[in-house]
Design a protein around this ligand. Structure first.
Ligand SMILES: *Cc1c(COP(=O)(O)O)cnc(C)c1O
Length: 431
């Protein structure tokens, strides 16, 4: 399997090179040259297979022999070691709970898979590998957790000051060791711009191998397909509508791979918050990135979703083709909170704000199509978000992995949104 750049001005590369580079030189994103089709009978047999076997079978064609089958299987085993239950909420909507991993968010899967691929694929060399990651809340913790203590790898996390929750901030700042956490006086988009600049900086790559752990890296992005297979493994009726709380659109783009490979998904609902660049694109046909605005679902506060170009490519690069497979809607904070209260009081289920955006978008969609049923991806545990208790008027039980963080020492450096200051820190780590 070869990977091409969506900007088509960089050469095709293998899986290994795509992982090590993160992003092509022409600043596009890597995409697989073809989307492999599932073998006959695969979908019907899902229920017979273990999650690690499903993960291995799905990802194997994308690796193109860069990792031995034996090693790849053990990476898959370590990646999907927690449960992915499909929990019914109402009679038409179920939640695929993706928050049972170490940092209580779906990004644990991609981060675990990528850290293990990177460790395995990095050439033996004297220089260090620096993993740089901009986070709007959940990525940083998941990535840092996946890489913690890995020899020869330094992780640099950039997060926007004041825009992440109390639990997220704890998860980001209590790791220490090979994890350097920078709190920037900046928006998430500015953090992402700085991370992208570091990745493209030839001067830096002379000192260390710099790579990204954002969802633009194929090793983070491709394994997100697993969720859709785990959902269908537990699903007992016709092809579901799947509603995806979307920010950078990595999750949705990976769902597009799963569907194109032959997984029976009726339709995707891209559920966005007030950051509505993609919903507006569906309305007007024009894509106009905007500065991000803060919302209750802060991991989706993205004004210029970097993976949307992948969605366009996968669904044929035209609005009409896209609309056959998906719609995109914007849900306000008011609707998000109302949905959390409604679902809590009617069904006794506590949604986090991201899941609530997906629930609202899906229930509006299903109202128009009486015969259909659907699944929301519940992307994070409600305890990660400070707003939840106030909204539902009840406290959320704190898992042990979180309560233990309060007594750990914190380490974080606050900086202005200044590329040179960040670069200096990276150069220091490369020594
Ligand atoms: C990252 C994140 C999202 C958005 O996922 P994308 O792949 O960036 O669209 C949604 N919910 C939560 C909890 C997240 O952490």
């Amino acid at each position: 399997m070869q990977y091409f750049s969506t900007n088509r001005r960089s050469p095709e590369v293998t899986f290994q090179e795509a992982v090590l580079r993160g992003q092509p030189d022409d600043k596009g994103l890597y995409l697989p040259a073809s989307i492999p089709k599932l073998p006959a009978g695969f979908v019907g047999d899902l229920v017979e297979r273990s999650n690690e076997q499903i993960a291995f079978d799905v990802i194997r064609p994308y690796i193109g022999g860069c990792i031995s089958d034996e090693k790849l299987f053990s990476i898959c085993e370590e990646t999907v070691i927690f449960p992915f239950p499909l929990v019914p909420i109402s009679d038409r909507i179920s939640a695929l709970e993706l928050f049972h991993g170490p940092t209580l968010a779906f990004k644990d899967v991609g981060a675990r898979f990528m850290s293990r691929c990177l460790r395995h694929l990095s050439p033996e060399r004297n220089g260090k590998t620096i993993v740089i990651v901009a986070t709007s809340g959940d990525t940083g913790g998941a990535v840092a957790n996946g890489f913690q203590g890995v020899d020869g790898i330094e992780v640099v996390i950039l997060y926007p000051k004041g825009r992440v929750s109390r639990v997220q901030e704890l998860q980001l700042t209590t790791l220490g060791g090979n994890v350097t956490t920078l709190e920037l006086q900046a928006s998430f988009d500015e953090c992402q711009t700085i991370a992208k600049r570091a990745l493209a900086d030839a001067d830096l790559s002379g000192h260390a191998s710099v790579t990204s752990a954002n969802s633009i890296n194929v090793a983070r992005w491709l394994p997100q397909q697993f969720y859709y297979f785990f959902a269908l493994k537990q699903w007992r009726s016709g092809p579901p509508v799947i509603s995806i709380p979307s920010g950078n659109f990595g999750n949705l783009a990976s769902g597009g791979l799963a569907k194109t490979s032959g997984l029976p998904i009726a339709y995707f609902v891209a559920a966005c918050n007030a950051n509505d660049a993609v919903p507006l694109f569906f309305e007007t046909g024009k894509y106009q990135p905007k500065p991000s605005v803060s919302t209750l679902s802060n991991a989706m506060d993205v004004g210029d979703p970097s993976n949307f170009v992948r969605v366009l490519e996968i669904f044929g690069n035209n609005v009409a083709g896209l609309k056959d497979s998906m719609c995109a809607v914007s849900v306000s904070d008011k609707e998000t909170a109302e949905t959390m209260r409604y679902v809590h009081s009617n069904y006794g289920y506590v949604l986090d704000p991201h899941g609530a955006v997906a629930y609202k978008a899906l229930s509006d969609y299903l109202e128009k199509y009486p015969g259909s049923n659907g699944i929301i991806l519940e992307t994070a545990h409600p305890v990660k978000f400070d707003s939840v208790e106030g909204i539902i008027g009840e406290s959320v039980e704190m898992p042990e992995s979180v309560s233990g963080l309060f007594s750990k020492p914190r380490s974080v450096t606050e900086l202005k949104a200044n590329y040179d200051a960040v670069k200096e820190i990276i150069l220091d780590l490369a020594k």
